[in-house]
Design a protein around this ligand. Structure first.
Ligand SMILES: [Zn+2]
Length: 211
């Protein structure tokens, strides 16, 4: 599996470009910004983008999606529980003193137990509300890899103080879904360095029980 991780935009959101070596099909996850740099990676690997997947409707993750859709023709996928948040992109932009990205159109919703195929590689969608209502993670079981959006970070978890956030729900999502994954699962968070489920189970202060 081709997997390039590119931190994009002022908040350095980790955008993932996942491709299949044989079919050259690809999905792009969280194209928040810097679409020209993402397209350069796509060209470098001679990939054809089949899906644009958004882990949640925060501007730093979704801001460049329309530009990428225009350039590639690929549909944009987001969980429907974040559609309300998507309507607030201008408000989000003003919080961050960024230029509003305009309207983002979603082609279809993805939710728990959906599968997204890219060539011979399959991602299982995990609906993990908490950071936002419609937050999802993408789990590639054959590759032992999790694209975690802003649900889980190395040593931390997503903030829950923004509209649609819930500390109770994110803790439920983490224990009920992400900590069910094998220890060797490599985690690519929405921001910052990679980690593993085992490492976070051991040392993440939000996840360690009984302390
Ligand atoms: Zn976020």
């Amino acid at each position: 599996m081709i997997h390039e991780i590119l931190p994009v935009g002022p908040l350095q959101c980790n955008c993932s470009i996942v491709g299949d070596e044989a079919s050259r099909e690809a999905m792009v996850i969280d194209p928040g910004d810097d679409i020209e740099d993402i397209l350069a990676i796509i060209r470098k690997h001679n990939l054809q983008v089949k899906q644009i997947v958004i882990t949640h409707a925060h501007i730093d993750h979704v801001g460049g999606a329309m530009k990428l859709r225009t350039a590639t023709g690929a549909p944009i996928l987001l969980n429907q529980d974040d559609y309300a948040l998507l309507k607030m992109l201008d408000v989000q932009a003003s919080w961050l003193q960024m230029a509003p990205p305009g309207t983002v159109e979603i082609d279809h919703s993805v939710g728990q137990s959906d599968r997204i195929q890219v060539g011979s590689h399959t991602a299982d969608v995990l609906h993990t509300p908490g950071h936002t209502e419609g937050s999802i993670c993408l789990y590639f079981p054959a590759e032992n890899k999790l694209i975690a959006g802003d649900t889980l970070f190395a040593g931390s978890i997503g903030r829950t103080d923004l509209p649609g956030g819930s500390f109770e729900k994110i803790i439920d999502s983490l224990h009920g879904k992400l900590l069910e994954l094998p220890d060797q699962t490599v985690v690519v968070p929405g921001h910052g360095p990679m980690t593993t489920i085992g490492e976070e189970r051991e040392s993440n202060p939000f996840l360690v029980k009984g302390r």
